[in-house]
Design a protein around this ligand. Structure first.
Ligand SMILES: Nc1ncnc2c1ncn2[C@@H]1O[C@H](COP(=O)(O)OP(=O)(O)OP(=O)(O)O)[C@@H](O)[C@H]1O
Length: 245
């Protein structure tokens, strides 16, 4: 499913968080939204997920405006927010069942989808354990399972790997990539960690609320004439701040 962000600007009162942001995402793969703290990544996720209403600009999902068709758009979206919203004292399965009920799934349908997601996230054996007993990586998988219960075609993950150790970060990243391949999911993966991005990934670089570059990671590195994506990001962010003559 395609995502087109068109001239989106957003301010918290006087503070501008996004300024005429425009980019599109590649369908069926992981799209990295890269930027340092405060770049505007979470604000963009909040607008995409309709947590905040758009102030200026529009976002199109397969050509459909989320302004004009908010319900249809939401049906296509699964979201894992930066802050976990699992109930730690409920079991894995109970957390999922609660969410399925909120989405209005029948008990039978909920049972089938929960079974399928638990299997896909390799959580079947942990389903009756309290979420509190799970490590950070497994908790994130529960959140992904929950986000996919209503079978969306887009998955938004906001800094999903924050707080995980290196091995869990890598495993989570690989897991999400496998989901893209298996289900043709379009993923937006926001991060400030460059080692989570592969040379072949589509990347949008945000800095201080503006898109400073977009393209395949390898192309961005080459075009900025840098050795690494990290250097390219520094270079592109600096040149975006220099006043044009
Ligand atoms: N609720 C809010 N009220 C006022 N300003 C906010 C609010 N949320 C974010 N901001 C500001 O908007 C800008 C963008 O923040 P945002 O959280 O979207 O960035 P981010 O790239 O997700 O960074 P982080 O990784 O730190 O969350 C920052 O300057 C931030 O201080």
């Amino acid at each position: 499913m395609t995502i087109a962000v068109q001239q989106v600007s957003f301010a918290y009162g006087e503070r501008e968080a996004l300024k005429q942001v425009e980019f599109s995402c590649q369908p069926g793969c992981l799209n990295a939204l890269l930027g340092p703290n405060g770049a505007g990544k979470s604000t963009l996720v909040a607008l995409l997920s309709r947590l905040y209403a758009l102030q200026q600009g529009d976002i199109l999902l397969d050509g459909l405006s989320i302004r004009q068709h908010p319900r249809a758009a939401l049906r296509q979206l699964g979201v894992v927010f930066q802050q976990s919203t699992l109930d730690l004292d409920l079991s894995v399965r109970q957390n999922l069942a609660y969410h399925a009920a909120l989405h209005g799934l029948s008990r039978r349908e909920a049972r089938q989808r929960i079974d399928a997601e638990l299997a896909r996230q390799q959580l079947g054996e942990r389903q009756h354990e309290r979420v509190r007993a799970l490590n950070g990586g497994h908790r994130r998988r529960v959140e992904i399972a929950r986000a996919l219960l209503h079978q969306p075609r887009i998955l938004l993950l906001d800094e999903a790997s924050v707080g995980l150790d290196q091995a869990s970060r890598r495993a989570l990243n690989q897991h999400v990539r496998a989901l893209c391949d298996e289900q043709q999911l379009t993923v937006i993966w926001t991060t400030h960690l460059l080692d989570e991005i592969l040379p072949s990934d589509a990347v949008v670089m945000l800095n201080r609320g503006r898109v400073v570059a977009q393209g395949l990671a390898q192309e961005l590195t080459n075009s900025a004439e840098q050795e690494s994506l990290s250097d390219a990001f520094d270079r592109l962010s600096r040149s975006a701040e220099e006043p044009s003559l």
